[in-house]
Design a protein around this ligand. Structure first.
Ligand code: GDP
Length: 320
């Protein structure tokens, strides 16, 4: 298919009518940093703000994919249109079958009101952090009521991706030691709802108790009036407890709306996004204007004691 800019308005129009091919095409364009990325972003701008973005993270094997699928089933039963982005910050593959297989989405593959997409980092987290918000905008424009963003682990990369969500679910399960890992990665701080999956297994109550204990130790959620993340037990493979997860999501959404938190989070995200784009532009401009020769020349003068690094840096910045 052509990459001409002229295609963009038509693609966006079709995406707003929930045409799955247009949605897939637009996500490919934003994912691949296409030359028409700016035009796509501009055309999507009026269609944002509808979808509730729900991040789902946790260690491999805890049941994220099973939970995602069960949540999709429950949302579809409630008549909602759903998007799913399966994001793997550690995988060098993109849009490929690997994640497609991992996500247990076969039940939803033929549902025209469910959009599923895998995204991987191609080795650089920066690329993924930039592409995921754009893909979210595409799914938002396609009038998804909820977009689930599933990430793979509980590391720093996942914290970054999860922070793109309005509501973040941390899925844990007995036998994974996730509570501790999550605390280390700081994800306890960004989780809005804890899901203890595999509640049919021994140890689920202990995991819930551990989480409650960690919550009691302080942090963002212990401030008076703050949202206190509920701990929901599920057996995702049987769909048990999924209604409770949806109820917790709704409650969090209502709480955020009531306290101005949704606006605050979305503005903070937009600010971070603008800053990243602007700094990227400045960095590129710096390289264009100065090249490595100017930097080397300035470095020589600093080493020779003819100037200091702050003055040298100021000169280079002023010349932009
Ligand atoms: P992910 O790697 O976190 O996405 O985990 P998966 O969704 O792929 O699930 C990992 C394994 O746990 C699979 O074999 C699932 O069938 C199984 N599983 C998922 N949920 C449950 C559950 O609630 N109870 C039990 N016993 N097994 C589950």
């Amino acid at each position: 298919m052509s990459r001409r800019a002229g295609d963009v308005p038509d693609l966006v129009r079709r995406a707003t009518e929930a045409d799955p091919r247009a949605v897939a095409r637009l996500i490919s364009l934003v994912e691949n940093d296409s030359p028409v990325l700016r035009e796509v972003a501009a055309a999507l701008a009026p269609y944002g703000g509808h979808a509730q973005v729900v991040g789902l993270t946790g260690s491999p094997g805890v049941g994220k994919s099973t939970s995602t699928s069960a949540i999709v089933t429950a949302l579809r039963a409630a008549g909602k249109r759903v998007g799913v982005l399966a994001v793997d910050p550690s995988s060098p593959f993109s849009g490929g079958a690997l994640l497609g297989d991992r996500v247990r989405m076969q039940d939803h593959a033929t549902d025209p009101d469910v959009f599923i997409r895998s995204m991987a980092s191609r080795g650089q987290l920066g690329g993924l952090s930039a592409a995921v918000p754009q893909a979210l905008r595409v799914l938002d424009a396609a009038r998804c009521d909820v977009v689930l963003v599933e990430t793979v682990g509980v590391g720093q990369a996942e914290v970054e991706i999860a922070s793109l969500a309005d509501t973040t679910l941390l899925v844990v399960a007995p036998g994974f030691g996730d509570g501790i890992q999550a605390a280390k990665a700081g994800i306890i701080e960004i989780a809005d709802v804890f899901v203890v999956n595999k509640a049919d297994r021994d140890g689920a109550d202990q995991v819930a108790r551990d989480l409650r204990y960690m919550q009691s130790l302080g942090g963002r959620h212990s401030v008076p009036g703050a949202w206190r993340p509920p701990i929901v037990k599920t057996v995702a493979s049987r769909g048990e407890g999924v209604e409770d997860v949806l109820a917790a999501l709704q409650k969090h959404c209502a709480w955020m709306a009531q306290h101005g938190e949704l606006e605050r989070r979305r503005q903070a995200r937009a600010a971070a996004e603008i800053e990243a784009i602007a700094l990227g532009t400045v960095q590129r401009r710096f390289a264009q204007v100065h090249g490595s020769a100017a930097l080397s020349a300035a470095a020589e003068r600093v080493v020779a004691g003819e100037t200091d690094p702050y003055t040298a840096a100021d000169r280079l910045v002023e010349a932009l």
